[in-house]
Design a protein around this ligand. Structure first.
Ligand code: GLV
Ligand code: GLV
Length: 320
């Protein structure tokens, strides 16, 4: 008898095909997020759960699944939607998908940073709505990366990849802060400083750290005030890092120059949200890892994690 796995969404075939070879798969085979009651229904009696960052995996889901559940695999690098201590208590390992999305997410971070700094959203809008009057010396002037100081908050895999991609743009300095200083080496693209110094010195501040109890609301009125008036704030991690009301006020009052967010809280951000009324704020729909290559690899790695756990083999990528 093959182990049973429930998959909470339509996901790239690579992962599903792999699962099907070794498991009996049931799936919420749609592009819309699965409603809560359908998750609770789908997990009953399964051995493995393949989920996404849009699914809250908590004690209720685990207890509804029951005794058979032996692994939770999330098709994401972030796992703030999974109650790790509830999983730990039940001895259920959690698989996730780091590395395979690092380049894609770092690229999107660069794209968003350049979009905001060079005012691309305003430019595209002006071309379409006819407000482009003429080439004008002072119109839509932005901030270049050349010579800039960039602060990366969280120099993990993605933060590191962002720092590497910043170098060729001729930035003068890359600063980072995080849980701890990395062992220094010639390869390290950035210099460790305190959070306050990073805020104080950076022309660009990029949020690349995981969301947890220490980083929730890390970017708030106080932190925005410590940033330069010409600072550009980018977040491609999780919306929960940011107090969005405070960000709105900072952007409105000119405490900082502009912001680019690939992640918000909630997602989707309601279309009536005040941040969407600001010209100096670009909001994207959480597409950091959205290349076919990355998404296929995430789906496959998530499936490999689940299969390994169910067959008693070492899990390729397990949350520690
Ligand atoms: C995307 O945000 C992820 O965590 O994979
Ligand atoms: C996540 O932030 C990572 O660094 O992979």
């Amino acid at each position: 008898l093959k182990p049973k796995v429930f998959v909470t969404r339509r996901v790239p075939e690579d992962g599903i095909n792999l699962l099907r070879q070794k498991c009996e798969v049931t799936q919420w085979d749609r592009d819309e997020a699965i409603p809560r009651h359908e998750i609770l229904n789908g997990v009953k009696g399964v051995d493995g759960l393949f989920c996404l960052l849009t699914d809250k995996i908590d004690e209720e889901v685990l207890s509804t699944a029951g005794e058979n559940l032996r692994v939770v695999g999330t098709m994401s690098v972030g796992y703030d939607h999974v109650d790790l201590s509830a999983c730990r208590k039940r001895g259920i390992p959690v698989g996730y998908t780091p590395d395979v999305l690092t380049s894609a997410t770092a690229e999107l971070t660069m794209a968003l940073l350049l979009t905001v700094s060079r005012r691309i959203q305003e430019g595209v809008t002006a071309v379409k709505d006819g407000s482009w009057g003429t080439w004008a010396p002072l119109w839509l002037c932005g901030q270049g990366l050349e010579g800039a100081t960039v602060g990366v908050v969280g120099l993990g895999r993605i933060g590191f990849a962002v720092a590497q991609r910043l170098k060729p743009f001729g930035v003068s300095k890359i600063l980072y802060t995080g849980q701890s200083e990395k062992a220094s080496s010639a390869q390290l693209p950035a210099e460790y400083v305190t959070f306050d110094k990073l805020l104080n010195d950076s022309d660009f501040v990029i949020g690349c750290c995981a969301l947890n109890s220490k980083t929730t609301g890390l970017f708030n009125a106080d932190t925005f005030k410590k940033m330069k008036k010409n600072a550009i704030f980018i977040n491609t991690s999780r919306g929960g890092l940011v107090n969005q009301d405070d960000l709105y006020t900072a952007l409105k009052n000119g405490d900082i120059l502009a912001a680019g967010l690939d992640v918000t809280s909630p997602e989707p951000l309601p279309t009536s949200h005040p941040l969407l009324t600001l010209e100096n704020c670009v909001v994207l729909p959480h597409i950091g890892s959205a290349t076919l290559k990355a998404r296929n690899a995430m789906s496959e790695l998530c499936a490999r994690n689940i299969v390994a756990a169910l067959y008693g083999e070492p899990i390729p990528c397990q949350v520690k």
